[in-house]
Design a protein around this ligand. Structure first.
Ligand code: AMP
Ligand code: MN
Ligand code: MN
Ligand code: MN
Length: 281
């Protein structure tokens, strides 16, 4: 059996677009043998205090996390933050600003989908969003699968929810520079999430990494549930080239729709500096 890591620093609860509550998520992580966990909900810190308390109850190490939605080069990228002070005012203000237009964007997405012949998507997607202000495309995808428009969530994205498709509405995400600054000023460490998911040319990927590094970004998510073994090797090399520390996480969203379950990702390649060595003691 290939070895798996007991460290999982990327997952989602129902405070954003995860299916499980923070409590159920931590319980599942413990059951899967996770010994060190970070909850990294999109653009919100809401689940952290509960997850931290529950993790302690299982004897699990826990570190604050967040996955910030950013715009870069006309597309969406995600920046992970770790080990920050969750009461930091500027970080909380920045995240609140990202959240504040999501409901309006969701209404516009629903209008577009209605024009494409699928009515009722706003209400339908909202039923999946426990945290209304965090309504996102994953909630729409779940509703479109529920009503039989597509067979699974991935297919919904390919047909409806990506640029050029009828349900796609652009949004004013944070800049990479701001997101990194919020994380660092709150005492944390910033890591580029799932680099294998960005369909950038080689040159653009390098400019993205450069800009992140210039802004103070310190790490790259080398091991992600969404990375193939070849991508782990590729991004491991890039992390070494850029002198980035390496982070790892499943990006678990729920039992039926995730790339990887909690605690089921391979370990970080041995030559790299693990991101947690940079966390404040
Ligand atoms: P939003 O913040 O509304 O743009 O939604 C982004 C979320 O949609 C991500 O966090 C993922 O959970 C999900 N997502 C984005 N692209 C895909 C994809 N190709 N397949 C499945 N889920 C995706
Ligand atoms: Mn998500
Ligand atoms: Mn992401
Ligand atoms: Mn994620």
């Amino acid at each position: 059996m290939p070895s798996v890591s007991t460290i999982d620093l990327h997952c989602h609860s129902s405070a954003s677009d995860g299916v499980l509550s923070a409590t159920d998520l931590v319980r599942r992580a413990a059951g899967n043998g996770v010994e060190f966990l970070s909850l990294t909900d999109h653009d919100t810190l809401q689940g952290l205090s509960l997850a931290s308390k529950d993790a302690a109850g299982f004897g699990m190490r826990f570190v604050n996390g967040v996955e910030i939605s950013c715009e870069w080069g006309g597309g969406q990228v995600h920046i992970l933050g770790y080990a920050f002070d969750s009461s930091d005012a500027a970080l909380n203000r920045g995240l609140a600003d990202i959240r504040s237009g999501r409901v309006d964007r969701a209404r516009r997405m629903a209008l577009d989908l209605e024009k494409a012949g699928i009515p009722g998507c706003f209400e339908g997607a909202m039923r999946y969003a426990e945290n209304r202000e965090l309504i996102n495309r994953a909630h729409f995808a779940r509703y479109l699968v529920e009503i039989g428009i597509c067979r699974d969530v991935r297919r919904v994205f390919d047909v409806y929810l990506i640029p050029g498709r009828p349900g796609y509405v652009p949004y004013r995400w944070a800049s990479v520079k701001d997101a990194v600054r919020w994380i660092l000023d709150a005492g944390g460490v910033a890591s580029i999430a799932h680099p294998g998911r960005y369909k950038f040319s080689r040159n653009r990927l390098h400019s993205f990494f450069e800009e992140f590094k210039d802004g103070g970004g310190q790490a790259l998510e080398v091991v992600s549930g969404s990375h193939s073994p070849d991508e782990i090797v590729k991004f491991g090399r890039l992390a070494a080239e850029y002198n980035f520390a390496a982070s790892c996480g499943s990006d678990f969203h729920g039992p039926d729709e995730s790339y990887s379950d909690l605690g089921r990702i391979p370990p970080i390649p041995a030559a790299l500096t693990p991101v947690w060595e940079m966390f404040r003691k």
